[in-house]
Design a protein around this ligand. Structure first.
Ligand SMILES: [Ca+2]
Ligand SMILES: [Ca+2]
Length: 423
């Protein structure tokens, strides 16, 4: 768990702690807290807060820049300073299985972790904070690893102008500098004119200059124009679930203020196939000022949390027209067997997309099909179809799902279909 503690007026501390599972496997035991790391954070905002284990088994901790706006703490801000944990993604060994791991450095109290030997700025006590994995962040609120590739996607919240999504190919993140506060997105940043969305470069100390080639640029950025106006990116996940096979490899993300749900497919650092799903995921725009996070379940299905007041958790499900009625289980073809009950896949169970009812059409291939059954359960009444084809003729059947908005309409079905003939 990642949380903030301290009196209301401060000082505030960020705490990362571990808990044991209670007798209820869905609940932690609150009395079992073991604090991993604790450090001071000067403001009430910009905590970031994502915790995740990487493909290497180490714990990655996203930490904001200390807050207050414009990375105002420290001589040149915290993001570019390697002497603070603020404005970083940290990488810790909390399992103590790396035999070469070294002692805690900047977060020494209580220090229930070790520094992986391969951390890029490891120099022992003092100097650089050995906990740092990547730096130059403002508020990397949500991030995720693609379980199929190990690539890391980081939603980095901007100041007043630019939101960004950063991408790190698997196992290439050590020591990368993501630019803040020298840059906001792909633009220079001036802490003295924070609403200038494209200011002149500002030099500061030993920080790399704006547009220095050592700074890692986002693969996607967007501004704060629109209605409702975007203001803070909410990083999401690369889809690797089962129910939306046409979306495998698609990265979903959103914006907290605008409530938008968008996607792209990353091809080697270039976003392709951009799409906006907001109107179908959230037709009543309840997510505006509330799209706080994405999540995934054990099957890789993607969820969205809404803290705008509804308290809703939404789940991404396939677009209804993309559904295909098939047999009643994996590897099973659609079964229309006159000797038993005809059955087919329960599309609601397998997709979570609401199905109002099914239509069964009967006709001849490439000819005319009439609806001969309308049913809410995925089976024909006992006994099968009482009709029979004429000698040397055959019937073909086709089942479609229907809901409030449309009828499942897979392309390529031969013939013409008369839905009005349903009994
Ligand atoms: Ca050090
Ligand atoms: Ca950046």
């Amino acid at each position: 768990m990642f949380y903030t503690e301290g009196p209301l007026a401060g000082p505030w501390f960020t705490v990362i702690a571990r808990y044991n599972v209670s007798s209820n496997p869905d609940q932690a035991d609150p009395l079992s807290e073991l604090r991993i790391i604790r450090f001071q954070d000067p403001e009430t905002n910009h905590k970031a807060g994502q915790l995740q284990f990487g493909p290497d088994g180490f714990l990655y901790i996203n930490v904001g820049d200390g807050g207050g706006g414009g990375d105002q703490h420290g001589t040149c801000g915290n993001g570019q300073s390697k002497n603070t944990l603020l404005g970083k993604i940290l990488r810790l060994d909390v399992r103590n299985v790396d035999p070469n791991a070294v002692a805690p450095d900047c977060g020494a109290v209580p220090g229930n972790y070790k520094i992986p030997f391969s951390n890029p700025f490891r120099d022992g006590l003092g100097g650089n904070c050995d906990e740092i994995w990547e730096y130059g962040f403002r508020n990397p609120w949500r991030s995720s690893f693609d379980p199929a590739t190990g690539d890391h996607y980081i939603g980095e919240v901007g100041q007043n102008c630019w939101e960004e999504i950063d991408w790190v190919a698997a196992a290439t993140g050590a020591g990368l500098n993501f630019g803040w506060r020298q840059m906001e997105g792909t633009h220079c940043f001036d802490t003295n004119q924070q609403s200038n969305c494209n200011p002149a470069p500002v030099a500061c100390g030993t920080s790399p200059a704006c547009h220095d080639p050592s700074l890692v640029l986002p693969i996607l950025e967007y501004g704060h124009t629109g209605s409702p106006a975007p203001c803070a990116v909410t990083g999401g996940y690369v889809y690797r679930g089962c129910r939306m096979t046409s979306f495998l490899g698609t990265y979903f993300y959103g914006d907290y203020c605008a409530g938008t749900v968008k996607s792209f497919v990353n091809v080697g650092g270039t976003p392709t196939s951009p799409a906006d799903w907001t109107s179908s995921v959230d037709p009543t725009t309840t997510l505006a000022n509330g799209l706080s996070s994405f999540g995934v379940d054990a099957q890789g299905e993607v969820y969205i949390t809404d803290n705008s007041g509804t308290g809703q958790v939404l789940k991404l499900v396939p677009p209804f027209p993309n559904l295909e009625v098939s047999g009643d289980g994996a590897g099973s073809v659609l079964l229309l067997d006159k000797t038993g009950d005809w059955t087919w896949e329960d599309l609601f169970r397998s997709t979570d997309v609401p199905v109002s009812f099914y239509r069964v059409y009967r006709g001849t291939p490439n000819g005319h099909f009439d609806c001969v059954l309308k049913t809410t359960v995925p089976k024909w009444p006992a006994g099968g179809d009482p009709a029979a084809p004429a000698a040397d003729q055959l019937f073909a059947y086709l089942v479609t799902a229907v809901n409030a908005s449309s009828e499942e309409t897979a392309t390529g079905h031969p013939g013409t279909f008369n839905a009005a003939s349903c009994p």
